[in-house]
Design a protein around this ligand. Structure first.
Ligand code: ZN
Length: 362
């Protein structure tokens, strides 16, 4: 750790200037080129802001896309990576009363306006004036310190670790939003979770089981199948050796599932639709196997499918995710890597060898 940020602290009528002005930051400088750089530490937080000392970041496919240079959005390099994080309040700006130095927090990485209709109604991820996603469009969380508007900072409940909380803003909250705001998953329903060994797949299995659903999931090898069973999946299908559509029909007595949880894309999307019962819901938040597919429109309306596109989450979803962690629904951690090994973590994520989340600790 190269020290604290350039914070000005007033003690009585004396002012002490913290002399350390640089900090570590994992910085994307070109395609597949991330370096640990020393950059300027932030100034003291401004009005309405807090300064967070980052303790852990969760890796996501969003990081892999950015790293590969497959960005679907405009951005400028160099860019500090990291889309979700947990840390500790290091300094508090003028006007901030809800946080104190030492509070443990997570940050919401969508730079929303806080004022539009969507923001006012708590649908933060539909903000009409969003300035981008931290770590993707602009600088992210993989640095020792950063200043954030206090309204985008969420307190961590007691008993939750930084490592686990770092998975709340994206992995947990995305799934919370998909399952409960979009697909409106109900207790007792049957759900198909595609790629159950992925970061969000493992969260979906655990959240669905927690409310008493029957969970069918797909994985790519037998080792992952055993792990998916161990975290609660009722039925696990190895999609490399079995046709999952056929197995799901059989498992559900030809009825199909109520909800399909998608994020794989063209490789599985049509199969997931075929697995739905009439009036079933498909919710998707990603497309790791490609961008486009064709769907059968006759099937769509005759079977009365409902398809939800889902991206990100609201601040409420992050709070709900942290509350679930506090009550014992914890993320499945594949690997914890040190800051300097960030790229090894990304390569592991891209190789799809993971089971659960990869977390980088500071
Ligand atoms: Zn807004």
């Amino acid at each position: 750790m190269s020290g604290g940020a350039a914070t000005t602290i007033g003690i009585g009528h004396r002012t002490i200037e913290n002399p350390v002005r640089s900090m570590r930051a994992l910085t994307l400088i070109g395609d597949r080129k991330i370096e640990l750089l020393d950059i300027a530490a932030p100034a003291a937080p401004g009005t309405g802001e807090v300064q967070i000392a980052i303790k852990a970041i969760g890796l996501n496919h969003l990081d892999v896309w950015g790293w590969r240079g497959m960005a679907f959005a405009k951005r400028k390099l160099p860019l500090v990576v990291g889309v979700e994080a947990a840390g500790e309040i290091h300094a508090v700006g003028p006007g901030v009363t809800v946080f104190a130095v030492g509070d443990r927090v997570v940050a919401y990485g969508g730079l929303t306006c806080g004022a539009c209709k969507a923001c006012r109604e708590g649908r933060d991820n539909l903000c009409e004036n969003v300035a981008g996603i931290m770590g993707f469009h602009g600088d992210g969380f993989a640095r020792d310190f950063l200043n954030m508007p206090a309204r985008l900072v969420i307190p961590m409940p007691a008993g939750v670790s930084f490592r686990d909380a770092a998975c709340a803003p994206v992995a947990f909250a995305t799934v919370q939003h998909m399952l409960f705001d979009n697909a409106r998953l109900e207790p007792g329903e049957t759900i198909l979770v595609q790629a159950g060994g992925s970061g969000i797949g493992t969260v979906a299995i655990k959240m669905a089981k927690a409310i008493g659903c029957t969970v069918i999931t797909t994985v790519g090898d037998d080792e992952k199948a055993a792990k998916a069973k161990a975290i609660g999946a009722d039925h696990v299908i190895n999609y490399r050796t079995e046709r999952f559509e056929g197995v799901v029909r059989k498992l559900t007595g030809k009825k199909g599932v109520d909800v399909a949880f998608e994020h794989v894309g063209p490789d599985t999307f049509n199969g997931s639709l075929l697995c739905l019962k009439r009036g079933g819901r498909l919710v998707t938040c990603g497309s790791t196997s490609g961008q486009s597919t064709t769907i059968n429109l006759f099937q769509l309306y005759l079977q009365q499918y409902r398809i939800f596109g889902s991206f990100g989450a609201s601040i409420r979803n992050v709070r709900d995710s942290l509350a679930k962690m506090a009550s014992g629904l914890l993320p499945v951690i594949d690997t914890e890597v040190a800051l300097a090994d960030f790229e090894r973590g990304l390569a592991r994520l891209e190789s799809r060898q993971v089971f659960g989340k990869i977390v980088v600790t500071f």
